[in-house]
Design a binder for this molecule. Structure first.
Ligand code: ADE
Ligand code: ZN
Length: 336
């Protein structure tokens, strides 16, 4: 099986912290964890909804204390992603989750950025960093952190919005997104994961985002689907995440085939792979197995990912050519 060359556009770097690495970093930093071992921790990854996951996600990342910790986590993701076929990664991080527990902004930004700086040379993966804001914390706090990121000239290309969705509509963050856009930053936001289609509309109309993270609940609103199709709005869909967080019962119930049939601009992503049972290749393979997606459909998803990425034109063209070569090679060999 040739790995499908893809861009990963929806990935929380703190969600790549594998149980064994949580234990390793806890040991390094003298932190005692309330779990017997990594297997005991992993056994608790049975989530009932987004919040039940977020509770463990925020607990897990408390082992990150030094720049080296952030760098090691990021490099471990890049190594695994390169094996998965990822050729370009736009990586979200949650600065407020670290600031709130006394870790300096420079520590988390510089640690992640150090691993990203060598990613192309080490793993052949081009990268970009997105600072995501926690929508269940005050918008004024997000605004302050964004101002600080701009003041320290943090190497970010854009901002995102994540954490508990329902009850925290995008419109709360209008000022944050206005500042980001005026500073030349790209804008993305989680919407329509657990929240209603109205949140997707708000993200488009009020935050004026370039991409929607998840967006699966758009299918409940035909007029919205028509608009998303007409405007080619990228939706970064995360199938295994949606199963693990019970947005859908099983992968067979996932709306991805419907979304493709409606002509939506969908890409496949892993979200928080250490928590949801798989990296990008695992998501692709699961879709192949359950829906029988063939090489043409997979190549279209990969091309969507590169077209939806915040890439320079020459890199985008080169990566789209890799998808064409993959399709030729797969057709010749008869296996994907
Ligand atoms: N933070 C990390 N993963 C998330 C997800 N799937 N939804 C919202 N916030 C998140
Ligand atoms: Zn996410």
């Amino acid at each position: 099986m040739l790995p499908l060359p893809c861009a990963e556009l929806h990935l929380h770097i703190e969600g790549t912290l594998e149980p064994h690495l949580i234990f390793e970093l806890a040991g390094r930093n003298g932190i005692s964890l309330p779990y017997a071992d990594a297997a005991d921790l992993a056994a608790r990854y049975a989530f009932s909804d987004l919040q039940s996951f977020l509770d463990l996600y925020y607990a897990g990342m408390t082992v990150l204390r030094t720049e080296q910790d952030f760098e090691d986590m990021t490099r471990a993701y890049l190594r695994r992603a390169s094996a998965a076929g990822v050729r370009h990664a736009e990586i979200m991080m949650d600065p407020q989750a670290h600031l709130a527990r006394g870790v300096a902004l420079e520590t988390c930004v510089n640690g992640v950025a150090a691993a990203l700086a060598t990613s192309e040379a080490e793993f052949g993966i081009s990268t970009a960093l997105i600072a995501a804001f926690l929508r269940d914390r005050p918008a004024a706090e997000a605004l302050g952190v964004l101002r600080e990121l701009i003041a320290i000239d943090a190497p970010i290309i854009g901002i995102g919005l994540d954490s508990a969705e329902v009850g925290y509509p995008p419109s709360l963050f209008t000022e944050v997104y206005d500042l980001a856009r005026n500073a030349g930053l790209k804008c993305v936001a989680h919407a329509g994961e657990e929240g209603p289609p109205a949140y997707i509309r708000e993200a488009l109309d009020i935050l004026r985002v370039d991409r929607i993270d998840h967006g699966i609940r758009c299918l409940e609103d035909d007029a919205l689907v028509e608009r998303l199709v007409a405007d080619r709005v990228p939706l970064t869909v995360c199938p295994l995440s949606n199963v693990r967080l019970r947005a859908v019962d099983t992968l067979a119930d996932h709306p991805l085939p419907q979304m493709l049939a409606r002509g939506l601009n969908v890409s496949v992503n892993s979200d928080d792979p250490a928590y949801f049972g798989g990296y990008l290749d695992d998501n692709v393979q699961a879709l192949e197995a359950v829906f029988g997606l063939g090489p043409d459909a997979l190549a279209m998803l990969a091309a969507n990912s590169f077209r939806s990425a915040f890439l320079q034109d020459d890199r985008r063209t080169a990566l789209l050519a890799e998808v064409d070569s993959w399709l030729v090679a797969v057709r010749q060999s008869g296996v994907s």
